[in-house]
Design a protein around this ligand. Sequence first.
Ligand code: 13P
Ligand code: SF4
Length: 304
Amino acid sequence: MTGSSQEFIDKIKSIKEKRQAVILVHNYQSPEIHQVADFVGDSLELSRLAAETRAEVIVFCGVHFMAETAYILAPQKTVLLPAPDAGCAMADMVTPEALERLKANLPGYAVVTYVNSSAAVKALSDICCTSANAIKIVSSLDADDIIFVPDQNLGKYVESKTGKNFYLWQGYCPVHAEITSAHILKQKNKYPGAKVIAHPECTMEVINLADEVLSTGGMVKYCRDLKNGVIIVATDIGMLYRLKKENPAITFIPASAKATCKDMQLTSLENVLGSLQNMSGRVTVNEDIRKQAYLAVKRMVELA
Ligand code: 13P
Ligand code: SF4
C-alpha cells in the first residue's frame, strides 16, 4: 500500500465516524476499497445490511442499482454512490416501457426481476431476486408462468432447476459473457482435479461445466468450507482478491483474466473520501416508484 493510500484510508475512517456512516462494499470492488469496508458481500447480503443498519449514511461501493436498492429499503437514510457513473450494462438492457408492453402481452405471468435492474423496472415486478436466492424465490411462487427480467442466463438456469415456464428477457452481463466453455476446458486441462465454481450470470455452456453455481457470497462460503485444493473461478476477476485473502491454502485460477466489470472498478479511495466530505453522489428514487419497488424487494427479503 502506498503512503498516499494509507492517508486516504485514515481520512475516510475518521470522517466516517463523524458522519455516522457505514461503508458497504461489493465483493468485486478493488482491494483498496476492501480496506475501508465495514461489510463486504454480495447483492443480497448488502441489501439486508442496508435495511438493518442504524447508521445515518450508507456509502455504497458498488454500482448504481445496488445503491438504489439500499435507498428503496431505507429511504430515511442518505445513500451515497462514490462513483456516480458506475452503472450496470445488464440493468440498462430493460426499460420500464418495454416491460410494461410485455406484461400487457402476457397476462397471468408473474414478473420476477433480478435486482440488477432499475427501480422503475422493479416497480413493475411482483418480486425481485438475487443470484443467491433466485431458485428459492421462483419455487416459492404459486405461478407457473414467469416473466424473468433482465438476465437470460440466470433465467435459463433457474428455469432448468424449477421446471417452470419462463419468458426470458434477452439481457445478459457482458462480463460473464466473456467467459466461454473453451476457457473452462483449457483451465481444467491445465489443472486436473480442480473444482469449477461459476456465477449464474454465466452462459449455460459454462454452467454445465461447473461443479457449483454460486452467487459471489456463495463462492466465499464454498471456498471457506473446501479449505484447500485448486478452484477455477468463473466470474469477475475482482472476486479473487477476497477469496485468496481468506483462503491462503487454496490456489485460485480465473477462468478468464479478461472478465472484469469496468463499472465496479470506478470506485476509488479518492471518490469515497470526496463523497463523505461533500455528501455527494446521493442516490434517491421518486417516492411513487420507490413504494412500488419496495413491495417487490421486501417480498424477496422476507422470503429469502
Ligand atoms: P452477486 O449478487 O452474486 O454478488 O452478483 C452481483 C453482480 O452484479 C454479479 O455480476
Ligand atoms: Fe452488471 Fe455484469 Fe458489472 Fe455485475 S458484472 S454489475 S451484472 S455489468
